[in-house]
Design a protein around this ligand. Structure first.
Ligand code: PLP
Length: 449
């Protein structure tokens, strides 16, 4: 690429992208959403070049998939070598070494000091589906507890566990049965109207309460939660909340499933967000940045739990594709060798400081939150009423794109801007992206606090 910074030469979409968009409109379903209305030609590090020669900084990372960055040379080399040998055999038909080496690696790097085994699949939703299947089989129980604001995918079970109605669920029912939802500690908008430091973990108490009036724990196989909600708006629960929930699960023989699909692979400043808590999930789901963009997801669980599924009961034709497993092994090697956790913490520090300084200047920013490089701002029309600034959020994302910065929204209320930037971004690039955000926020709401 001839520049290391955003450089937009055309209107977005440019002429070539406009031509291609006509085909998209004619042949691709409207239900497939599009964030930046242009077409990528190539990616490198944290940069994208589109078909019209415009250069963008990517703060979305393919929805948290590119923590290692676009086209990492060592990943490319490993993938090319594997592609030369074979693309696919199906692990169910004939075995290959990368699958077992990656399973070994996952056992070593995921939280939990016990024997673990890993099943590989293709997407995040598929990992979640299998985690639930495995939990039900092992416990011989049926029901599942999940959270308001959660996102676990778009398949029937994933969608049933997902919280946001529009666009994810509206009209797509009926949903899977036996699913019970409780509030997540969204402290900026506490579901109980309490304050974080004096609430006595009211949200965790709700779990005990539902055993009295909603479902008996004898019927609950598992509880599934994101250690930090991603799609829900980068909501970071108090550490003690997670610990308390885990305790209640243990007391009631309920498996504790942690969905690290968005938080995993150094996004939060550690390899996994659960690493901050010192708690051991029974089952962990991962995907996204695991294989640098090749479709791969994983269910890592206590060996005795995952071994309760019968031969042939779990798996799939493409599950654990050899090129994807090879890519993942290289990703993990690089992340550990080059200390991506530290990179994530540095990015998080810079973003948080800059956003907090912006918050002091512009009343549009109601809340700055996150952990490591998983940072977000929540935009409000009024800091007292906290009325969500949904239109302003959409305008910020659109304007940013026209200036060479790809951004993503999040949140039940559609008023959160989240940073999922590749962790290989340089400090200069990061600040260039943050400058674009600040300029636009100033334009949308330049009034001093
Ligand atoms: C926490 C979490 N779980 C599950 C999923 C579903 O993953 P996929 O889109 O690969 O099915 C996502 C996707 O954003 C996610 O963030």
């Amino acid at each position: 690429m001839d520049t290391k910074f955003p450089k937009v030469k055309t209107t977005i979409p440019g002429p070539k992208a406009q031509e291609l968009l006509k085909f998209k409109e004619k042949y691709v379903p409207n239900g497939v959403s599009v964030n930046a209305p242009t077409f990528i030609e190539k990616g490198q590090g944290a940069l994208i070049e589109d078909v019209d020669g415009n250069t963008f900084l990517d703060f979305a990372g393919g929805i948290g998939v590119l923590n290692i960055g676009y086209s990492h040379p060592e990943v490319l080399e490993a993938v090319k070598l594997q592609a030369d040998k074979f693309f696919h055999s199906s692990f169910n038909v004939i075995l290959y070494e990368s699958y077992i080496r990656l399973a070994e690696k996952m056992a070593q790097i995921t939280p939990g000091n016990f024997d673990k085994k890993t099943l590989f699949l293709n997407s995040g939703a598929e990992a979640v589906e299998n985690a639930i299947k495995i939990a039900r089989k092992y416990t011989k129980k049926t029901d599942i507890i999940c959270f308001e604001g959660a996102f676990h995918g778009r398949t029937l079970l994933g969608m049933s566990l997902t919280s946001k109605i529009k666009p994810y669920k509206f009209g797509f029912g009926p949903f899977a049965s036996g699913i019970h939802r409780i509030p997540y500690p969204y402290c900026y908008r506490c579901p109980y109207g309490l304050e974080k430091d004096s609430c006595d973990l009211r949200c965790a108490e709700r779990l005990d309460e539902i055993f009295l009036s909603v479902v008996e724990p004898e019927n609950v196989a598992a509880l599934i939660l994101e250690p930090i909600q991603g799609e829900g708006g980068f909501i970071v629960p108090p550490d003690e909340f997670m610990t308390r929930i885990k305790e209640i699960c243990v007391k009631n023989n309920i498996l504790f499933i942690v969905d690290e699909i968005q938080t995993g692979f150094c996004r939060t400043g550690k390899l996994f967000a659960t690493d901050y808590l010192g708690i051991e999930p029974d089952i962990i789901t991962t995907a996204k940045s695991l294989a640098a963009g090749l479709p791969l997801s994983a269910v890592t669980a206590r060996a005795e739990i995952i071994d309760s599924s019968p031969v042939g009961g779990i798996g799939g034709t493409y599950s654990g594709n050899p090129i994807a497993c090879t890519s993942a092994l290289k990703v993990i090697e690089i992340m550990q060798r080059d200390n991506f956790a530290q990179k994530s913490q540095n990015i998080g520090y810079i973003c948080t400081e800059r956003f907090k300084t912006m918050q002091e200047k512009y009343k549009l920013i109601g809340n700055v939150r996150g952990r490591g490089a998983m940072v977000a701002i929540e935009l409000v029309k009024d800091r007292v009423t906290k009325e969500p600034a949904k239109e302003e959020t959409a305008a910020l994302i659109k304007k940013a794109c026209s200036r060479g910065l790809i951004l993503l929204s999040a949140g039940l209320l559609g008023n959160v801007v989240r940073v999922l930037v590749p962790l290989v971004i340089t400090e200069e690039q990061l600040n260039a992206g943050l400058d674009i955000i600040e300029d636009i926020i100033k334009e949308i709401d330049g009034s001093a606090v």
